[in-house]
Write a protein that binds this ligand. Structure first.
Ligand SMILES: C[S@@+](CC[C@H](N)C(=O)[O-])C[C@H]1O[C@@H](n2cnc3c(N)ncnc32)[C@H](O)[C@@H]1O
Ligand code: FES
Length: 451
């Protein structure tokens, strides 16, 4: 049974530099174009577009197959896509000039490819060559650094609707030859295209990295460029057992990027948190280290009776105020400058939230905060922790493990913690009915009730 009229498989196999592959021949551009045109022609309900690995026909790539008929296309270019969509998907007429109809030749090619591939793998293994996935892991910082620098330089905005390296260099106040090198690298990474001397943003870069675009994430992403410098201290941080002071002081700009980064990550999660906890019978919330106030804003919007207090460091308060005012909920959300490790919490809260807070602190500091939060809760009030929660043996999930390293290099004594640890600390603070609530995405909730 086929739930879609057509099921398209496009090979997006990547291979080591210099080895023929469909991606090296432009299959990602074909995929992009197919996706765009299928949507444009209103065919999304009839066509399932899927990527697949090597089919052994790389020399004639990019290869794609249309099922259920089993029509194989070869050497497909983005400029062929309109014909495939209009004729084949629209009128059920395969594009004959691209169809690969010689099944026995295809099979012979695929078998031959498979044998050569296995022989090459065996030869590499025998020679003790470093496997490709390890090479990629080692060099993973290179693409990341190119993108981070492009964001810092606001290069995608400078590329705009199309510009030469020289024009981009002038706009970002940088050397033209070096700008060209970075632009070329971004083309190779699939983030820009180049035709003649003109560079253009690929669809995703134009959407997510360009100032003025509705979905621009650049400001939120800049925080990653800031913490890059801290990651460079990891070796020493492991030796020392804590973060290494670095020269780059936390400027107001750093704080602004940091809070924007947090807001950007929390934006989609806030409604899930409100949903998971329920806003109906809640009257007073304390949002410790509330940052942009995004979670308080979400509760305020969900229930006009809710009053929230955000407590954050003095340098963050003007930023919080700005976010709260822009959301138009200043009558429900008040903001207090303070230090959660030293200042009074107040009392009588239905919910005290610690969203993305516990990982900044040590076990002792978290236990101390939990005890004081317990005292500040109303009867049946809830302490809510949201964080990346480690498995009991602390070796996964990967994002939580890597975030622990982020805290090692970025804080005095922070780390990611496991569910049993949160459970122990909550129970130790006198909270009961401790439970975990899984949220969509990488972070989850731990909730304890003050009985
Ligand atoms: C990782 S951010 C989380 C922000 C917000 N809760 C969210 O999830 O979007 C940590 C926040 O805690 C604040 N913070 C750090 N140390 C603090 C302290 N000792 N007292 C109060 N706030 C603190 C930071 O300024 C920042 O806003
Ligand atoms: S890489 Fe696409 S068929 Fe081999």
């Amino acid at each position: 049974m086929e739930p879609f009229r057509f099921h398209l498989f496009v090979c997006t196999q990547q291979k080591p530099e210099g080895v023929t592959s469909c991606t090296a021949r432009g299959s990602l551009d074909v995929l992009d174009e197919l996706d765009r045109q299928i949507r444009e022609h209103g065919l999304s309900d009839a066509v399932q577009l899927t990527t697949c690995g090597c089919m052994g026909l790389c020399d004639d790539g990019p290869v794609m197959v249309v099922y259920p008929e089993g029509v194989w296309y070869r050497r497909v270019q983005p400029s062929d896509v309109s014909e495939i969509v209009e004729l084949h998907l629209g009128h059920e007429e395969p594009v004959e000039r691209l169809v690969w109809g010689d099944a026995s030749a295809m099979k012979a090619m695929a078998v031959d490819h498979g044998e050569k591939f296995r022989a090459a793998m065996e030869a590499r293994d025998k020679a003790g060559t470093l496997p490709e996935h390890l090479n990629q892991l080692i060099r993973g910082y290179m693409p990341s650094r190119c993108l981070l620098s492009a964001l810092e330089l606001d290069l995608f905005t400078a590329v705009g609707d199309g510009a030469s390296a020289e024009q981009v260099g002038v706009k970002i106040k940088a050397s033209a030859p070096a700008t060209a090198m970075l632009l070329n690298a971004l083309v190779a990474l699939g983030l820009l295209s180049k035709s003649g001397e003109t560079y253009r943003n690929k669809r995703e870069s134009g959407r997510f990295f360009v100032q003025g675009s509705k979905d621009n994430h650049r400001n939120g992403l800049l925080h990653n460029a800031n913490i890059w410098h801290r990651w460079s201290t990891l070796t020493e941080a492991v030796r020392r057992g804590g973060s290494i002071p670095i020269d780059r002081a936390r400027t107001p700009e750093w704080t602004k990027d940091f809070i924007a980064g947090m807001q950007h990550h929390a934006k989609d999660r806030a409604p899930h948190v409100v949903n998971a906890l329920g806003a109906a019978n809640v009257r007073r919330i304390l949002d410790l280290g509330g940052g942009s106030g995004i979670y308080s804003i979400a509760f305020a919007k969900a229930n006009p009776e809710v009053k929230c207090e955000v407590l954050d460091l003095p340098e963050v308060v003007p930023l919080t105020t700005d976010y709260v005012n822009r959301a138009g909920v200043q009558a429900q959300v008040s903001i207090r400058a303070g230090d959660m490790l030293h200042d009074d919490f107040g009392s009588g809260y239905d919910i005290i939230m610690l969203n993305a807070i516990c990982h900044m602190f040590s076990e002792e500091q978290n236990r101390y905060i939990f005890r004081r939060a317990r005292e500040a809760l109303a009867p049946n009030g809830r302490l809510v922790v949201q964080d990346f929660i480690l498995n009991p043996d602390k070796t996964g999930p990967l994002h939580a493990v890597l975030f622990s390293i982020n805290m090692l290099v970025g804080t005095e004594s922070g780390a990611s913690y496991s569910e049993p640890e949160y459970r122990l600390w909550m129970e130790g603070a006198g909270l009961s009915e401790v439970r975990r609530i899984n949220l969509p995405g990488p972070s989850d909730l731990m909730v304890g009730v003050a009985k």
